[in-house]
Design a protein. Structure first.
Length: 181
């Protein structure tokens, strides 16, 4: 048996100028993804402007020619919702090739009235759901838009003692007030 047969061939790549090409590791790609997200926050929708965000690596995979890193991202502090997910793909030299938001954070507002009726914002469908005992849907209202009673990502709500419902209409930059039935 030839001595060379058992050895794995080392591959070196060079630029046209004769310089060796440096590659990053998967661990370096994970760090680079968080640093890039932190340093380029203008990529996120305007609702996150000026808000401190937190990132965590969810998944990092290596293929023959790139690294696929998925990060969770969420507002810092007392955020109680579901974090968003973004994907960053780097080639082996560390150059960012793709960045995209796969899912935005959701912070569905929930409020309970004195009769044990639950009011829930449904940001994805631009509506409010009213839920009774045993999870029975009692009512829902709202649709996409900017007219009264329409929403663009309702994200929070509160009830007062006078029977009013206050809904944070996040992307329309307003709070709408409704009467409880």
């Amino acid at each position: 048996m030839n001595e060379e047969d058992g050895k794995q061939e080392e591959k070196f790549e060079f630029t046209p100028e004769g310089e060796s090409i440096e590659y990053i590791s998967l661990d370096q790609a994970k760090i680079q993804a968080i640093v890039h997200a932190r340093d380029n926050q203008d990529f996120y929708p305007s609702m996150y402007a000026g808000i401190r965000l937190i990132w965590e690596v969810l998944v990092a995979e290596e293929s023959e020619d790139h690294y696929d890193v998925r990060l969770s991202f969420r507002p810092g502090g007392g955020f109680q919702g579901k974090p968003g997910v973004e994907q960053l793909i780097f080639d082996k030299t560390g150059e960012l090739r793709v960045r995209q938001i796969l899912d935005e954070p959701t912070d569905n507002g929930i409020a309970l009235d004195s009769e044990q009726i639950v009011y829930v914002t449904d940001g994805r469908n631009d509506r409010i759901n009213v839920i009774g005992p045993y999870g029975k849907l009692l009512a829902e209202w709202g649709s996409s838009g900017s007219a009264p009673g329409e929403f663009n990502w309702p994200s929070g709500l509160a009830l007062d003692a006078d029977g009013k419902i206050y809904v944070v209409d996040r992307e329309n930059h307003r709070i709408q007030v409704f009467e409880r039935a």
